[in-house]
Every structure is written in C-alpha cells, then in structure tokens.
Write a protein that binds this ligand. Structure first.
Ligand code: NI
Length: 167
C-alpha cells in the first residue's frame, strides 16, 4: 500500500477526462487500495483517480462515521437522477475551501466492483452529493467549477497565497 500525492486545484491535470477501465486487474485493485489509504489518511470521504493523476474511471468513497464502509466504483455512470439539494462541499484538491453546490437529491449509479460485477447503488443525501462530486472529477471538473467566476478567482488567489506560505 502507498499514499499517493493529491493534485491541488488549479493544477491543469485535474481537467483531464478519465478513460473507462477495460479490465479489472491487479493494477486497478492496487490503485483502489492506494486511493482508499490516501483518502483515509487525508482524511476525506471520497477520492477520484483523477486527483492522484491517474486518468481512469475509479472512485473511492466512505461517508461512514466509523470509516469502515468503503465503496469502490469502477466506470460509474448515472442511470437516473431527480430532485435538487444544496450542500456545502469541500475537496482534498481544494484544501480549506468550502462552498454550497446544487446537486441532484437522488441518484442511481451503475458501476463495476473490483470483481468486475455490475452493481447499482441508489443514493440520496450526502452519499448522492459525494457520488456526483467524485464523478465530476472523472470528467475533469472540480466543485469550484460550479461556483461564480468571482468566487473562483478569489479561491485561486487564496490557494496561491497558502502555497507561498507553506512552500
Ligand atoms: Ni473532490
């Protein structure tokens, strides 16, 4: 297992579009394990492969208090969505920034598990937000892309300042 470095917004590699996984092999299983370890260590409730500069459709999520309910989704796709919810989001690639984003309230997502079995998950609330947030990453989108231009400019300035302080 290994901790993977997480790309920071506005790194242009966060804009890359992830390609589908054609075969679930040991490489993909190792990637998923390393992503889970990286997410738990951060700590965060979700991580997309894009954030660790691997441009394949893999995400890991654990929204449980006990941190014992890992979900690994390969090639996730939204099959249905309805309703609207607004939730304050953050992102391991955008440290220290939180803002409200509008998402679907319910989503049905189809994906492959690490055995290559097709699965379906019906989610609402935080899990639905998390799924949409992580699937956005696979499309090269970060949650701040949902915010106004003015807010995005402010966030970039704030992160650049943080980077100078910690460099
Ligand atoms: Ni994120």
């Amino acid at each position: 297992m290994a901790l993977l470095p997480i790309l920071r917004f506005p790194d242009p590699r966060l804009k890359k579009i992830a390609s589908p996984v054609e075969k679930i092999d040991d490489g993909i299983r190792r990637l998923a394990r390393d992503m889970a370890e990286t997410m738990y260590e951060a700590p965060g409730i979700g991580l997309a492969a894009t954030q660790v500069d691997v441009h394949r459709q893999v995400i890991v999520i654990d929204i449980s208090e006990a941190r014992d309910s890992l979900l690994v989704l390969v090639n996730p796709a939204i099959a249905a969505r309805d309703g609207v919810q607004v939730c304050e989001e953050g992102c391991l690639s955008v440290p220290g920034i939180y803002d409200k984003v509008e998402r679907a309230e319910h989503v049905t997502v189809r994906y492959l598990d690490l055995e290559g079995e097709m699965r379906t998950i019906d989610a609402d609330g935080l899990l639905a937000v998390c799924l949409q947030h992580e699937m956005d990453h696979l499309q090269g989108k970060v949650f701040v892309d949902h915010l106004s231009q003015l807010k995005q400019t402010r966030i970039k300035a704030k992160l650049a300042k943080q980077a100078r302080i910690t460099a």
